[in-house]
Design a protein around this ligand. Structure first.
Ligand code: SF4
Length: 965
């Protein structure tokens, strides 16, 4: 045998310096350690101490190196010098760029601040951007939630005071049964993978309800290939079965929910459907022993859950649970009735309901920790119903998603599993009151030249009086958020901004200011139409209908070509950031946490962190909270200065750790000038572990509520009652029925009355109602893959090797019916257009559903992709087929293709037909767009983008893969 004497160094020293920071390759925000050698990034590893990922790093996180060294990075501010859309720019200095922006924005602010529409994409600094918009004085602000997952947020926050994912998680350690709905691999990533591995290791059952069997569905113990948009019906059938079998947690319902609250039954009366209340406004229950109404907070009362009663004023009332049981025991929710629409057999539905009940009541888990509830009742131990649920965009992105998500919470509540051991658990700072107390600002009396708004542009309406509409009931925001079209659009309606700005409906805007939002491509519904709107000119004036567009991004995305002014951002490894409790937190159910990013390398281009630019612009514009009394910048140290010293309320700032002058305070405390240093010393994060007695039943746990109030998570330590029945929805419905001072215009009445049902309902998605089933018999959906999150993934040289183009996945029966084989080309048509794509047959797929990976298809030239890149040549976008508006009503009005309660974009309601493309057509996806040219000053893109080879051949190549000998 030949002896190999070459010594292999199995653990080579790859770095001379290691810096901690936070990953930004998806929204999970894992802790990472970045290894540097000679100042160049050599390697990224997971931070084993970090509470989010415990050292786990995914493909995206590791590929952050290629994101950082991407040749598609912008390198200098750009000013448009040719027609919009042709990417004809000249490089300018930052001073000129900021002067232009200040001139444009200053003029707007001095006259009508609403003429600025400021919208951001998947950025992670919404606490800053929302505050900036409020200081500017425009209500026209939102981030991407309106087209992402606002149905999840709104349904959760109005029902349980928390929501899936960022505000809550399954009890991974104690759950015996996890049911997931519509969860793709990007939402979320490492934390859910760690959690699922625990579920599997513990022998718990994982059921995935999803039309597509990929990713997490592929490792599920049972995959339920539901028909898209039917989830709510399926869930209510489960509720039907549980009620029919009497398998609900009555004690839990009585103690922690509004199940016993009395609902006024006074048809046509102005308070019909509202809660019966005492003189002080407290909801009432019916005491079975005293045979009289008592305040719901009276712990001595024995509340009834059924039967109508007569109130002292003579009106009739019924407990919420009575209404609920009456509705869902109806035969229209019986498994046999719903089976066909759901694509799930009645026997399967019945079996799943029985399994849920078995896990909840026969596999009860007990945590031997005493606790005291809000009413002072002592409990020797924590008794749990180990059934948990998780849902994401597959539920959210339908026009019935709000009610579907509420139905899922209703199911969890009936089982008694919300924040009980083994169930769905809140992540602090949640729960918050359902809904939180903040109202959206932007009423007519709240917007004035040169003045900030009196509050944030986004909030939680609790009745018609909170809407942002004028005396006629017409919208006050450019995206029509918080109007009668979508009253609870708590994340705004970014998907309508370009359409409405182009139409000048309800009024024209002057400047569209966007950050990290690829609205000229994969973030737009109706992409081709959106491109036309961005470039359309008024024939009379010759001016663009959207007069000015400012765009900030780190990369040459498709949207860059449509900007008049481009502000280049840094990569995530070049800047400070805070992952704040004021924003989208990274906490776990075991305790609050927040984190920072620190620059691990300095930019080698003339770029600036967008957050710094925003503060700079704020100071130049004289926004009150961004300047001192003498007019100089309040945060001269830029974003890190703001992170440390900005206080949203006295003692509450961006970061919760190491507050107070000596750094010994948590949650509340004076700014600490050493705060960022403490974070850096601690691996760039802060975490506080809850004491055992605080960890469950947080909505009703006296010790937890007291703690949350002390930390500033909630204003006071009051219990958060789970809202099976939503009085907020009923208030809107009453207005639509002609009651109260604020009523919808005639054209919206029927819609509001129908969809503002105080108990969860199911209805077919609007596109199902609008489209001819014969003509468009199939559903089409998308998902993001495990290896990519932001649209920027498709230009990442490593990640492109995993997903270099996309196919249209089709069920075998559809393939056979249309004579399609793997890699054949097909036309896909919707009422909005036609695209050509290459197909692949998939076995694990709902028989009426087609799907593809979203945002893999790219425009040639953008992202520095060559004209023959797979992403551009064979990759495709389904977005061209998705109309952002529903067909015209008789009145001529076109509603958004969105949820009628929240305005959530209904991406997954798409109906299509498929036909085989003739071979002569094959070879290229359609539509194609002219390649975008390189930007001035852009890097030369090497033929092969290779990282690290140069480290073996020479020293210090900067890590960008271009050899320098
Ligand atoms: S899961 Fe997301 S945040 Fe975590 S390492 Fe992967 S890409 Fe980064």
């Amino acid at each position: 045998m030949t002896k190999i004497d070459r010594k292999i160094d199995t653990s080579p020293k790859v770095s001379d310096e290691v810096k901690c920071t936070t990953c930004y390759m998806c929204a999970c925000r894992c802790g990472i350690k970045v290894h540097l050698k000679d100042g160049a990034i050599r390697y990224i590893e997971g931070n084993r101490d970090h509470p989010v990922n415990r050292g786990v790093l995914c493909a995206k996180g590791a590929a952050g190196i290629m994101q950082h060294y991407s040749p598609a990075r912008l390198s200098k501010p750009l000013k448009r010098v040719g027609p919009r859309g042709e990417a004809a720019f000249e490089e300018i200095e930052w001073e000129e760029a900021l002067t232009i922006a200040t001139d444009w924005l200053g003029g707007i602010r001095r006259t009508d601040p609403r003429k600025l529409a400021f919208f951001t994409g998947r950025d992670q600094s919404q606490a800053l951007t929302g505050w900036w918009a409020s200081q500017f004085g425009t209500p026209n602000y939102a981030a991407h939630g309106g087209f992402c997952s606002v149905n999840m947020a709104a349904a959760g926050l109005y029902t349980i005071g928390g929501s899936f994912w960022e505000f809550g998680e399954p009890d991974w350690d104690r759950s015996r049964y996890l049911m997931m709905f519509g969860v793709a691999e990007d939402h979320d990533s490492n934390p859910i993978k760690i959690g699922l591995s625990k579920i599997k290791a513990n022998g718990a059952k994982l059921v995935s309800v999803n039309p597509v069997q990929t990713g997490y569905s592929a490792i599920a113990d049972e995959w339920i290939g539901i028909t898209p948009g039917a989830d709510g019906l399926f869930v209510l059938a489960l509720v039907h079965e549980l009620l029919r079998a009497g398998r609900v947690d009555v004690d839990y319902l009585l103690r922690y929910t509004n199940a016993p609250w009395l609902v006024i039954d006074d048809p046509k009366g102005p308070e019909d459907g509202l809660f019966a209340r005492d003189e002080d406004g407290h909801p009432l229950v019916w005491d079975r022993h005293k045979v009289a109404p008592r305040p719901a907070s009276d712990v001595e009362a024995a509340p009834a859950l059924k039967d109508a009663v007569t109130l002292p004023d003579g009106r009739r009332a019924r407990p919420v649970f009575h209404l609920l049981a009456e509705r869902y025991l109806d035969a229209r929710y019986a498994p046999d009735t719903v089976a066909e629409a759901c694509g799930i057999s009645a026997d399967t539905i019945r079996r799943l309901a029985a399994e849920l009940a078995h896990a909840a009541f026969e596999e009860e888990v007990v945590v031997d920790v005493p606790w005291t509830d809000w009413a002072g009742r002592h409990h020797d131990r924590m008794i749990g119903r180990p059934v948990s649920m998780h849902a994401m965009r597959g539920i959210s992105a339908h026009s019935n998603g709000f009610h579907t998500c509420r139905a899922i919470h209703l199911l969890q509540i009936l089982l008694g599993s919300i924040d009980s051991p083994g169930g769905f658990r809140y992540k602090p700072p949640f729960p918050r009151p359902a809904p939180p107390a903040v109202k959206p600002a932007g009423r007519l009396d709240q917007v004035a030249p040169s003045s900030p708004l009196p509050g944030p542009p986004l909030g939680f309406p609790t009745g018609p009086e909170d809407l942002l509409v004028d005396e006629d009931g017409s919208p006050l925001r450019i995206d029509k958020a918080f109007s009668w079209e979508a009253p609870l659009s708590i994340h705004g309606m970014m998907h309508l901004v370009i359409t409405d700005a182009w139409k000048g409906d309800p009024y024209p805007v002057d400047t569209l200011f966007m950050y990290m939002a690829n609205m000229a491509w994969n973030s737009a519904m109706n992409t081709s139409g959106t491109i036309d709107m961005l470039t359309d000119k008024d024939p009379e004036t010759g001016e663009y209908r959207i007069p000015r567009i400012i765009y900030a991004d780190a990369y040459y995305s498709e949207m860059v070509a449509y900007a008049d002014l481009v502000l280049p951002d840094t990569t995530y490894l070049e800047r400070w950031d805070c992952i704040s409790l004021l924003d989208r937190p990274i906490c776990s159910a075991e305790g609050p946490a927040d984190a920072i990013r620190q620059p691990v390398v300095q930019p080698d281009r003339d770029v600036r962190p967008f957050q710094e630019v925003l503060l700079d612009l704020g100071a130049r514009l004289g926004l009150p909270a961004m300047v001192k009394e003498d007019g100089t910048p309040r945060y001269p140290g830029g974003y890190p200065d703001y992170i440390v010293n900005h206080e949203r309320q006295p003692g509450v700032g961006s970061l919760a750790g190491w507050r107070g002058e000596d750094g010994d305070k948590r949650g509340r405390g004076a700014p600490n000038p050493e705060q960022l240093e403490r974070y850096k010393e601690n691996g760039c994060f802060w975490r506080e572990e809850l004491a055992p007695e605080l960890r469950y039943f947080k909505h009703a746990n006296r010790a937890y509520l007291t703690y949350a109030a002390e930390r500033g998570f909630i204003s006071h330590a009051a219990p958060i009652t789970l809202q099976l029945y939503s009085e907020v929805l009923q208030r809107f419905r009453l207005a639509a029925q002609g009651h109260g001072a604020h009523q919808p215009p005639a054209q919206h009445r029927e819609r509001v009355a129908t969809y503002f049902d105080p108990l969860p309902i199911w209805y077919p998605p609007f596109e199902d109602q609008e489209n001819d089933e014969q003509r468009y018999p199939l559903h089409a959906v998308t998902q993001r893959p495990m290896a990519m999150y932001h649209s920027w993934g498709s230009q990442n040289a490593w990640l492109r090797q995993i997903h270099g183009d996309n196919r249209l996945y089709i069920p075998r029966a559809v393939a056979e019916a249309h004579d399609l084989s793997d890699d054949d080309w097909a036309w896909l048509e919707s009422r909005n257009g036609r695209i050509r794509a290459q197909v692949r047959i998939q076995q694990g797929l709902n028989p009426k559903t087609l799907w593809t990976w979203n945002a893999i298809g790219k425009r040639a030239g953008a992202w520095h992709l060559s004209a023959d890149a797979g992403e551009a040549k064979t990759g495709f976008l389904l977005n061209h087929l998705i109309d952002e508006l529903l067909p015209e009503r008789e009145s001529g009005y076109r509603y958004a293709s969105a949820d009628p309660v929240t305005g959530q974009a209904a991406w997954y309601d798409l109906r299509v037909r498929i036909e085989k493309a003739s071979p002569v057509d094959a070879g290229e996806s359609l539509p194609q767009f002219p390649p975008l040219p390189p930007l001035p000053g852009s890097q030369e893109t090497p033929e092969v983008l290779r990282y690290g080879a140069a480290f073996h051949e020479t020293t210090g190549d900067g890590g960008d893969g271009r050899k320098r000998k």
